[in-house]
Every structure is written in C-alpha cells, then in structure tokens.
Ligand binder design. Structure first.
Ligand SMILES: CC(C)(COP(=O)(O)OP(=O)(O)OC[C@H]1O[C@@H](n2cnc3c(N)ncnc32)[C@H](O)[C@@H]1OP(=O)(O)O)[C@@H](O)C(=O)NCCC(=O)NCCS
Length: 295
C-alpha cells in the first residue's frame, strides 16, 4: 500500500473536529478548543493528511519564534498506518520550520528510536502526565503557606509583559504570542506571584481539558511559591475537578508536589529531544510544563 492517494494540506479551523476525533480514537482525548488553540499558535504549520474528504493523519510544527520550533501531534489513523503518511507530514513540518532548532517528544521507546534516527539526536528532560482528585479536606488554607515576602494575585492585576519576561527568563526564549493566546483563552485561569519589590516570582495557568483541569504551566522561583500558587488554583476550581500536572521528572520538588496533593495517576511519560541544541530551560523552576507537546 502507498500513500499516493493521500494529500497533505494546511489544516483549517473546520478540520479541528475531525482532528479531535483522531485523538479520541488514540485515547489522547484532546478537545476541539484545545487543538484549535494549538493551531492558532501557528496556523501555517498545522497539517492534515486527507484521503478524499477523510482526515487520516495530522502533525504540527509550531514556529515559536525565529530560532525555535516544536513538532507535536504526530498521529495517523489506525488502518492507515505504515503507508508513509506520517513521513510525508514530517517533510512538510521540516519545510515549515526551516533552519530553526526543533523540539519533539517521544511517548515510548519506538518513538525515541525513530525520532533519534530522523535527526532529533539530543535527548533532554522527561515529563510525566499525572492526574488525580485533590483531597480537599486535607488541604491547608492558602494563607497558612504564604510567607510575607510574596503575594498571589490574579493575572489582571499585573502587567502581562512582566509575566512574559519572567517566563522568558525561565524557558530561555520569548513566547509572548503563545502566552497571550494560552492564558487568555476561554475557561483559563491564571494567578501570578509577586515579591515585595513587585517582581514576578511565579505564575500558574490552568485550562479545562475534557472535564479535568490541566495545570499548564506552573513555574515558580521555589517550591513554597509553587505550592502557594497551586493551592490558590485548587481553591478556585470546582471541588470535584480532577487535576492534571505535567512535572519534569528531573525536578524532584515538582514530582513531590504532585504526590503530596494526591495527583499520582500516571497517564504517560514523554522524553524531549532536540535536533540542533538542547534549550537550557531552568528546569528547577518548572513544576508543570505548558503543554504536554512543548515546554
Ligand atoms: C507513530 C505514527 C504517527 C506513525 O505514522 P505512520 O503514518 O504509520 O508512519 P509512516 O508510515 O510514515 O512511517 C512508517 C515508520 O517509519 C517511521 N518514520 C516516519 N517518518 C520517518 C522518517 N522521516 N524517517 C524515518 N522513519 C520515519 C514512522 O515513525 C513509522 O515507524 P513505526 O514502525 O513506529 O510505525 C503512528 O503509528 C501513530 O499515529 N501512532 C500512535 C500515536 C503516536 O504514538 N504518535 C507519536 C507520539 S510521540
């Protein structure tokens, strides 16, 4: 079998429903609005493979800035695999990303082998996706954890640029456009931690995700700030909300924070690769990454 009757196109907003359905078949369960937000990050880099009118594969290249891109959502519909469809989507993605350094994730050993073979030879951190229902009866109140040298505020009370600059200092590249779309999309909630001088020392964003709330990201200067941000968020969410965290496995404080609040159901662990250079993210400040697909 060949993929000669398959055409690879730039995806449209209308395609997102079918792409979401593909993820549901794979038990990734990405809601339409989440995928649409990913598409809006870089509309020219979101591809679908079509056989006639049927979407049989997808994959995206998000050009986050002039130097850095991320590949995500590599998925071919069951029954259409091993026909070269993903290989063709990869070609389009590499074209779109140009000379940028590119990051990609592997969900298992086979993907690690393939990603290494196709050029992503630099292996970096791992991220786990864990899910759980926080035991609210055991929660300390927000005020008891918060020390006097920082406070927690809603996003609307600080300048958005200061959050973008704080984030850029941790992830080591600027992603203002991404954060604007990400934190300000419908249903998202963001809190920011500020020190006595008014400097940002952490922030957390959560978004509804198929009935759960995904913490994407939780970034803070230290564990105390991260925990306070997390508790503020939890007090804000419905009592029966399951929470998903994406701690960097190498950040033991992040892993412990998830355990402490009973977020322990392992959904998957992914390994991050790069093709040109490993982005030197300050992982000790990352308690939950921004998307399972990127940093
Ligand atoms: C992984 C997946 C996307 C491959 O799609 P596909 O259309 O069957 O892949 P192709 O037919 O183009 O390629 C055949 C093989 O060559 C690999 N391949 C793809 N592009 C390649 C390239 N440029 N060079 C070398 N190998 C390549 C593929 O990964 C695949 O490996 P496999 O033995 O693991 O299936 C598909 O199996 C799938 O959707 N799996 C479930 C979702 C998933 O795990 N996605 C990856 C998340 S990290």
């Amino acid at each position: 079998m060949t993929s000669s009757d398959v055409k690879v196109h730039i995806a449209t907003k209308e395609d997102m429903k079918a792409v979401s359905a593909l993820t549901v078949e794979e038990e990734w369960n990405y809601p339409v609005d989440y995928i649409e937000t990913l598409r809006l990050l870089d509309p020219e880099g979101f591809f679908v493979a079509k056989k006639g009118d049927e979407i049989v594969g997808t994959g995206m290249a998000i050009n986050l800035n002039d130097d850095f891109a991320y590949f995500a959502m590599s998925l071919t519909k069951k029954g259409h695999r091993k026909q070269g469809i993903q290989r063709r989507i990869f070609q389009e993605r590499f074209k779109h990303a140009g000379n940028r350094n590119i990051g990609i994730n592997s969900i298992d050993e086979r993907r690690q082998e393939v990603n290494t073979e196709i050029g992503f030879k630099l292996i970096s951190y791992q991220v786990s996706c864990v899910r759980g229902l926080v035991d609210r009866d055991a929660l300390p109140s927000v005020g008891t954890l918060q020390s006097s040298n920082f406070k927690i505020l809603p996003l609307s009370s600080v300048s958005f640029d200061s959050v973008v600059n704080y984030d850029a200092n941790v992830v080591t590249f600027h992603r203002g456009y991404f954060l604007e779309l990400w934190c300000k999309s419908t249903g998202c909630v963001t809190f920011v931690s500020v020190n006595e001088n008014g400097d940002i020392v952490g922030y957390v964003n959560a978004r509804p995700f198929m009935g759960d709330f995904a913490v994407v990201p939780l970034i803070a200067d230290n564990t105390e700030i991260a925990e306070s941000l997390f508790l503020t968020l939890i007090h804000h969410l419905p009592d029966d909300a399951f929470v998903k965290l994406h701690p960097v496995v190498q950040n033991l404080a992040a892993v412990e924070l998830a355990k402490k609040y009973n977020i322990q159901g392992l959904v998957y662990t992914i390994t991050c690769h790069f093709n040109k250079n490993i982005i030197p993210v300050k992982l000790d400040k990352v308690f939950s990454v921004s998307t399972p697909e990127a940093i």
